[in-house]
Design a protein around this ligand. Structure first.
Ligand code: TYM
Length: 335
């Protein structure tokens, strides 16, 4: 609890171009939940360097991501939007939690297995310990709820395990967080291989809708989306391509899959693809215009960065000091 409200924490990596999956699976829910909770929305740039990054591009993307949070509708006066690397408590708590996490647990993380297969030439310790840094992010703010897409659920599980383990030894130090996964849009799939999730690191640009794609590009990508030869619009597992298009449509329109199937009854795949493409383009257009406006206001964005980092550090350090004391580090001398 913070000022009588429950606490929400979430973050996104500032790597690659954000996709429609990031928006529908996470960012849209962040906006929806922002008034109900005391929110911390982090640009997790420290997570990004588990894969080699070009420094200038990383810096640019981190700022673009922070701007996107605001453009999506998060008010930086009410919610705390900041860079992970500006609050050193994240790395400090992560080190401590590393000492309460077992190699065997980390070995089971599917994202580590996937990423180490993809970056076989750079399987670094940071990539392995990534979920511990994520646990530190969440636990530092005594978070009650963490809105994520379903691919992050395993990391939430380990966060809860680490917190419980720590609390069992030292008493009630950490709040045990609950994941929040939206009913629709929790797993948006690739437009080219609908058995795989849509990912910003996909090498095929036609597989993903990027949030900054223009209208023509969006419609063209949907027209090319891989479907099947059933020639029937139904919402079922055997038709993952069509199911994904319906999921996207529903997440954008707040319709149910039943309503969507009814709407397209007896119509062809071409109609469905066109309708989804236009709907997505309509949703993204205001977001894109707002990004352009905010990007031009350097002084405003700089003030958000400065003020919010101070606010985040204040709350994060409170938890860090408590943890440091509990484990026996010498207290700071005041005055
Ligand atoms: P990241 O940056 O890969 O993704 C950010 C958010 O977008 C969601 N997401 C999706 N949702 C639905 N369909 C998809 N295809 C899709 N792709 C991505 C993710 O589930 C996520 O919610 N480890 C995290 C970042 C992180 C974090 C945290 C999140 C670091 N610390 C603490 C929450 C709390 C990550 O790499 O997300």
């Amino acid at each position: 609890m913070l000022d009588g409200k429950k606490v929400l924490f979430s973050g996104m990596q500032s790597t690659g171009n954000l996709t429609l999956g990031n928006y529908l699976g996470a960012l849209k829910n962040w906006v929806k939940l922002a008034d109900e909770y005391e929110c911390f929305y982090c640009v997790v740039d420290e997570h990004s360097i588990t894969v080699r990054q070009d420094p200038a591009t990383l810096r640019k993307r981190a700022r673009a991501l922070l701007i996107l949070y605001i453009a999506a509708g998060i008010d930086p006066e009410k919610s705390c939007l900041y860079y992970q690397s500006h609050v050193s408590a994240h790395a400090e708590l992560a080190w401590i939690l590393n000492c309460f996490t077992y190699m065997g647990e980390m070995n089971r993380m599917t994202q580590f297995k996937d990423k180490s297969a993809k970056h076989a030439d750079n399987i670094n310790v940071g990539l392995f310990a990534y979920p511990v840094l994520m646990a530190a992010d969440i636990l530092l703010y005594q978070s009650d709820i963490v809105p994520v897409g379903s691919d992050q659920l395993q990391h939430l599980e380990i966060t809860r395990d680490i917190a419980q383990r720590f609390n069992n030894i030292y008493g009630d130090v950490f709040t045990i967080p609950e994941p929040y996964v939206g009913k629709v849009g929790a797993r948006i799939m690739s437009l080219q291989e609908p058995s795989k999730k849509m990912s910003k690191s996909d090498e095929n640009p036609n597989a993903s809708i990027y949030l900054m794609d223009d209208r023509d590009t969006i419609i063209r990508k949907f027209k090319r989306a891989v479907t099947d030869s059933e020639a029937m619009i139904a919402y079922r597992e055997e038709q993952p391509g069509i199911r994904n298009l319906i999921d996207i449509y529903c997440a954008c329109t707040n319709k149910t899959s039943g309503e969507a199937v009814k709407e397209f009854e007896g119509r062809g795949y071409g109609d469905l693809k066109m309708a989804v493409g236009e709907t997505v383009a309509d949703v993204l257009l205001p977001l894109q215009s707002r990004v352009a406006e905010l990007s031009a206001d350097k002084a405003y964005i700089d003030s958000v960065i400065k003020n919010n980092a101070e606010k985040a550090a204040y709350y994060a350090n409170k938890t860090l000091r408590k943890v440091q004391h509990k484990i026996g580090f010498p207290d700071r001398v005041r005055g």
